[in-house]
Write a protein that binds this ligand. Structure first.
Ligand code: BDR
Ligand code: CA
Length: 323
């Protein structure tokens, strides 16, 4: 049975691969895409999402435009990582596909009210849309199935400042409200760096594959790889958003999870967006954030390569089931 999902995304870089996976796996049923401010200029993200859907014949999936900036703070895009426009720098699609009419947070509320307990929210950008949806419907935590989020730096330094990972840093006020209200399953930057890393042989493999999906993703990862090598001393390409989508779709990839009390530092300054994760249980706050601590990296990379080669991310698991 497939899970009904809404993907909330700042579509650029690895968000593209996460969307492809959400469309192509039989484990998930992607019913709506909502766009939130983040990686690159907003209108570009909207086009990137529509283009991604059109690559796999899913352009009838509605795309709803949401918050064009964080609740309270200023932020910056990261085109220096993803290339101008967010798809590697050389791809600037104009699909001509109209956006759906509703404001994204209102649509999240509408759908969850209409089908209580059925939708899982896959949040792979800043949490502004979800925080706005929550303010419109305070009972939203009871109306959703699960909330999965890519973000935070749990046992590691951040990627945008030493304290913070980008998605939480962009809108820490939204993240604070969301982590207080929902039982979030979190895929953080540290896990992404370790267990989603496409190593040099994997980067070569993607770049040598034939076909449209591999061409697009090969172009997207090129500047990211350059950035991670030269600026982050990481020899490979982390795939945080598609790891989050894959862990949601395939429980087989989850190795270990721990539930912690988590609080977000929303203050401006050095610690903006820091996640205080109560690893020794001393806070007295109840633990409700489930952190994925480790994942099957080799199997995840197989899923990605299977998807880019054959448009069939499920093949690894189907083969196993068949054995
Ligand atoms: C996260 O920030 C964005 O740049 C990526 O798409 C990912 O969601 C990683 O910190
Ligand atoms: Ca993202």
């Amino acid at each position: 049975m497939s899970r009904r999902i809404i993907v909330d995304t700042d579509t650029a870089g690895d968000d593209v691969q996460a969307l492809l996976l959400a469309c192509l796996t039989d484990r998930l049923r992607l019913e709506a895409v909502t766009i939130v401010a983040g990686n690159v200029p907003f209108d570009r993200q909207v086009e990137n999402a529509k283009y991604t859907l059109s690559l796999v014949g899913a352009d009838d999936t509605p795309v709803y435009e949401g918050a064009r900036g964080p609740l309270l703070k200023d932020f910056h895009h990261v085109e220096h990582i993803h290339g101008a426009g967010g798809l590697g720098g050389n791809l600037h699609p104009k699909t001509g596909i109209p956006s759906a009419e509703e404001f994204a947070p209102a649509e999240i509320v509408r759908r969850c009210r209409a089908a209580p307990g059925e939708y899982t929210l896959l949040c792979i950008g800043p949490l502004t849309n979800l925080a706005l949806a929550l303010s419109q419907e305070p009972a939203l935590p009871e109306l959703v199935d699960e909330v999965w989020m890519m973000g935070g730096a749990v046992h590691c330094e951040g990627n945008v400042t030493p304290a913070a990972e980008y998605n939480v840093w962009v809108d820490p006020d939204a993240a604070k409200r969301v982590f207080e209200a929902f039982e979030v399953t979190l895929v953080d930057w540290g896990l992404s760096l370790r267990d989603s890393l496409l190593r040099p042989d994997g980067v070569d493999a993607v770049q040598n594959l034939e076909g449209k999906l591999a061409d697009v993703i090969g172009g997207i990862i090129a500047p990211v790889y350059e950035f991670t090598r030269t600026e982050q001393d990481v020899d490979g390409v982390p795939q945080p958003d598609s790891l989050t989508a894959a862990l949601l779709a395939y429980p087989e990839l989850r190795r270990e999870t721990t539930t912690y009390a988590v609080e977000v530092d929303e203050r401006s300054g050095l610690t903006r967006g820091y996640l205080s994760v109560d690893v020794n249980g001393g806070s007295g706050t109840s633990a409700q954030t489930r952190v994925v601590e480790s994942a099957d990296r080799a199997a995840f990379c197989d899923v990605v390569l299977g998807m880019l080669r054959d448009r069939d991310p499920d093949q690894r698991f189907r083969n196993r089931e068949g054995k």
